[in-house]
Design a binder for this molecule. Sequence first.
Ligand SMILES: [Ca+2]
Length: 268
Amino acid sequence: MKGNPVRIVGGMTLALVAGALLLYGAHPVRGSDHQDSPTTVNRPAADITDVFAYQAPHNPNNVVLQMDVWPLITHSQLGMVALDPAVMYQFKIDNTGDGVEDLVIQLQPTTAGTGQSINVYGPGKPNETGTYSSFIPQTGSVAFNDRSGTPLSNGMKVFVGPTKDPFFFDLLTFFNIIPDRYYGCHAPFTNAFGVPCGGATASSFNGFTSAFNQQHSTSCSLTPASDTLSSHQFNVIAIVVEVPKSLLLNPAHPVMGVWATTSTTSGS
Ligand SMILES: [Ca+2]
């Protein structure tokens, strides 16, 4: 995402019910995030792994926003996992530069399971800003894993379904650097990757160059980096919206900030 005029934030949420209104609340966190708290492990469909924003590859008038959830889906789990109907999935867009959302796109499935239909709301002005949210008027709906790309009435295309995890991360080397983060060494898991469960066996990530080491007077590993997530065929559920830029951009401030949240009313 380097060079793109967008901010990338992944978020997991807690929530409260306030008064007679059903409000969804969020506590955002920054950066790629796979299974980093008991709350997210217990509700993987609300565990945001990454958020991306990029130019639509086939239409210069559109921008694509993508939120990936449910980390580390194995091949055998495909066809059995889908979005959680208790969760509000939300893209937030700041188009004035103040870090406060001016527009939101919200999604929520109507039922559990891979036969679910997902309601889509917005893009539109949020009813609230910050950590509490409620639904804005609905735009349309899309079936889980519908790959037809049929536009909604506002021209937005939506895809929700399983995809290969696009995030490049040399996870096993990370575990070798900080072994206590390796869940394979903690009951009831088994050491599926064969990572040493003792002390650290690596001091840097792989993939550095001799020129880098010389420039920085260091000796980082020259071993090629390995994309652990895709090489072990891990998948995520991708929530992808392709949106006409005209629906999101503010001509007076042509830089757009994007982040995402998942929220529940139960707080867990
Ligand atoms: Ca704003």
